[in-house]
Design a protein around this ligand. Structure first.
Ligand SMILES: *Cc1c(COP(=O)(O)O)cnc(C)c1O
Length: 353
């Protein structure tokens, strides 16, 4: 990477300047192993390095792999804060349980995050749109091709420096409704964060991109009528002073950001509701102006406005094709909390030691 003279904004000399999303890894990782006899080993901090794995490792063949995604931000006072790590730890436990994997205690989950953020925090510049994205991962390590849960597992924590997921701008994105594929189905794994949920979405993502869109909107698998969510973010509609999101039906991932946005919306004086929203109603309410704004939210996307929907039955636009006031107010309320700039009555921002 070519670096130029230190700019006047006071960027840290070791900081990543143009991080993108998902490639600017930090220098370290944390590793723990689990076996039935011994439980978890003590966390070991090492340099980020290749793994040596047996070709018959269960995780590789049968997808017994769960992960999380959460962020650390530099607070206005210079210290590091991690966003809602306990909630991510609890979701990680649910994901692991769903795949018959061992759980990691909340305390250990938070402690290893503290440790990694502590050693790698200087990779983060002072640019408030940048953050450290933390990726906890657990996978099955038994070496057998017998179909069945592993008896040994590895936990890894790694991190990368993240810029904005959609670039650093807050411009509206367009989304594509997939009628060909389903992301999740009743009794499946759509409500947990496991590796197997994502590769099957890539073909639909390709179709979305071919149609000039950035993200896929998934419909319910049973009736193919109701909108559920996107590939890695939850969806919200705004009807005037009402903030609405699809209800958690077991096929929607319960986003930590989704929960945060519902709470912040109420705090800002909006009504909120969790509803079944059909694609037909969504289209009609956008046409009539009842729906005034649409946005997506997630750890990676923060709060990102949606301006246009591409659909087989005809594309439609949202009244506010530019970021609307409710979207921007919620985005600001959220990012202020991330940076320790607002009152935090729920103690969501974990202060790193
Ligand atoms: C991770 C994820 C989200 C967003 O969850 P957050 O906890 O807000 O980051 C939404 N949908 C899917 C499918 C996801 O994997």
């Amino acid at each position: 990477m070519v670096t130029t003279a230190e700019p006047a904004t006071g960027l840290r000399s070791t900081a990543v300047r143009n991080p993108g999303h998902g490639e600017s890894f930090t220098d370290h990782m944390i590793v723990m192993d689990w076996s039935e006899e011994r439980g978890w080993t003590r966390p070991e901090l090492t340099g980020l390095q290749n793994l040596s794995i047996h070709p018959a490792m269960i995780g590789l063949h049968y997808g017994q792999v769960a992960f999380e995604g959460l962020k650390a931000h530099r607070r206005a006072d210079g210290a590091m804060g991690v966003w809602r790590p306990v909630d991510h730890a609890l979701r990680f436990q649910r994901s692991c349980r769903r795949l018959a994997m061992p759980e990691l205690s909340v305390d250990t989950f938070v402690a290893v995050i503290d440790q990694l953020v502590g050693v790698d925090k200087d990779a983060l510049s002072d640019d408030p749109s940048h953050s450290i994205y933390l990726r906890p991962l657990m996978f099955a390590t038994d070496t057998t091709l017998m179909l069945g849960p592993s008896r040994t597992y590895r936990f890894l924590l790694m991190a990368f420096v993240a810029g904005g997921f959609f670039g650093d701008s807050v411009e509206s994105v367009s989304v594509y409704v997939s009628h060909d594929f389903s992301r999740a189905f009743p009794g499946g794994t759509g409500d947990v964060k496991i590796a197997g949920n994502y590769a099957p979405s890539f073909l639909a993502q390709r179709q979305a991109e071919a149609a000039g869109c950035r993200q896929v909107v998934w419909l319910d698998a049973r009736e193919r009528r109701y909108i559920e969510e996107m590939g890695g973010m939850n969806l919200f509609l705004v009807r005037g002073d009402r903030v609405i999101t699809p209800q958690l039906t077991g096929t929607v991932l319960p986003g930590v950001t989704r929960d945060t946005v519902l709470t912040l919306a109420r705090r800002l004086g909006y009504d909120t509701s969790e509803e079944r929203i059909s694609l037909d109603d969504w289209r009609a309410e956008c046409a009539s102006g009842v729906v005034t704004e649409v946005f997506a939210c997630g750890t990676a996307a923060v709060v990102t406005p949606v301006g246009r929907v591409c659909d087989a039955d005809g594309d439609f636009t949202i009244a506010a094709t530019r970021p609307g006031p409710v979207t921007l107010a919620l985005r600001k309320a959220l990012t202020d909390l991330h940076h320790g700039l607002a009152a935090d009555p729920n103690a969501w921002l974990h202060h790193c030691r």
